[in-house]
Write a protein that binds this ligand. Structure first.
Ligand code: CO
Length: 151
């Protein structure tokens, strides 16, 4: 495994609509393992492929440091409720802001082997899923901040 360089806000790849993953091969697994290692090393709760320069629809999330979600070609199929919370992003260091997100989300995604999985997550994990899935469409949380972005 290897740490990947986390790209910062001004990198164009962070504003791209990412491509679907079509090849579920060994290389994909290596990339995902690197993303997980990079996320933990940076003390993040999520990391999307474009943040490490890969314009593909995949991200990793781990809010508690134990349960690790790998979401490949994720689609939010349903949401319920709303919550407001403070978000930050590894690509926008030193800043944070208030964002409204669904309280619960249902997500369909592939795993690294190409199997279809369904997830229902709430609270912080739902925030992380939404934040990371937004990255796959070139959307950053700063686009959605309520009020001011704080330093
Ligand atoms: Co982010």
């Amino acid at each position: 495994m290897a740490l990947r360089n986390i790209l910062k806000e001004n990198e164009p790849v962070l504003r791209e609509k990412c491509f679907e993953v079509t090849l579920f091969n060994e290389r994909l697994g290596v990339t995902l393992d690197d993303m997980i290692e990079t996320m933990f090393a940076a003390d993040g709760v999520g990391l999307a492929a474009p943040q490490v320069g890969i314009p593909k629809r995949m991200c990793v999330v781990s809010v508690d440091g134990k349960t690790i979600y790998e979401l490949i070609n994720p689609v939010i199929t349903k949401t319920a409720g709303t919550q407001k919370g403070i978000e930050g992003c590894l690509s926008i260091p030193g800043k944070h802001g208030m964002v409204e997100r669904p309280k619960t989300v249902w997500v369909e995604a592939k795993d690294r082997y190409g199997n279809t999985k369904e997830y229902k997550v709430s609270d912080l994990t739902a925030v992380a899923f939404c934040h990371e899935i937004d990255h796959l469409d070139g959307v950053l949380y700063v686009d959605k901040v309520i009020g001011d972005l704080k330093e």
